[in-house]
Design a protein around this ligand. Structure first.
Ligand SMILES: O=C(O)C(=O)C[C@H](O)[C@H](O)COP(=O)(O)O
Length: 215
């Protein structure tokens, strides 16, 4: 089974796919397509009733993937996700209660922030890697660039409204490790189980860098 390297969740790949899985039977072929395309870290959002089953299926069936849970907003979900095999946790926002639960889980985590005060509060607690959410709506690259002056020690995975065209501009920022997004999993491709198309989109995403392509 793969484990998240001690260095950083943000350095596994330039793009972290954010996945919504309705049918756990899709989990393994979907994860295989992403891994084959060069995106090993996969965030399965806890937004569907069978999300934990999807995480378990990927953890068991695709050992080369690094599967994590997204949309984690309650301590009970932390426990359930790690129990299902999640190797990292991502939240859209955070509270002290949630942060304590994620600290206690023993896996890397990215709490969500969208303001400077939230960043400072996380740094105060010893957390320097976070999700910037919702990235485009909360100020995009201009906002993150502004944060990098006073708060250079904070590193981000911006997520929300990012696509292949805007990703390179995020990746060019000194405080961005990777970007999150769902564009490599178009709803019609998933509905049609067109895993070859998902793999091709993942491959293009994996090749993104600050310059545009070929990291
Ligand atoms: O559920 C969560 O915790 C999220 O992170 C929401 C994400 O922002 C989107 O699912 C991905 O954003 P899009 O690339 O705009 O689709």
């Amino acid at each position: 089974m793969s484990s998240v390297p001690p260095s950083s969740l943000l350095d596994l790949a330039p793009v972290l796919p954010v996945v919504v899985i309705d049918d756990p039977a899709d989990a393994v072929p979907l994860a295989r397509a992403l891994v084959a395309g060069g995106l090993p870290a996969i965030e399965v959002t806890l937004r569907t009733p069978r999300a934990l089953d999807a995480i378990r299926a990927i953890a068991d069936g695709v050992p080369e993937a690094v599967v994590g849970a997204g949309t984690v907003i309650a301590p009970a979900q932390v426990k359930a996700a790690v129990g299902a095999g999640a190797r990292f946790l991502v939240s859209p926002g955070w509270t002290d209660v949630l942060l304590n639960a994620m600290w206690g889980a023993g896996v890397p985590f990215l709490p969500g922030v969208s303001t400077a005060s939230e960043v400072v509060a996380l740094l105060e607690r010893g957390v320097a890697e976070m999700k910037f959410f919702p990235a485009q709506a909360a100020g995009g690259t201009a906002y993150l660039r502004s944060l990098s002056g006073p708060l250079p020690q904070a590193r981000f995975c911006p997520t929300g409204g990012i696509g292949p065209d805007s990703a390179p501009e995020y990746l060019a920022l000194p405080n961005v490790g990777c970007v999150g997004g769902s564009w490599m999993l178009p709803a019609d491709a998933v509905a049609a189980r067109d895993w070859a198309r998902v793999e091709a989109l993942a491959r293009a995403a994996a090749g993104l860098s600050a310059g545009g392509t070929c990291r």
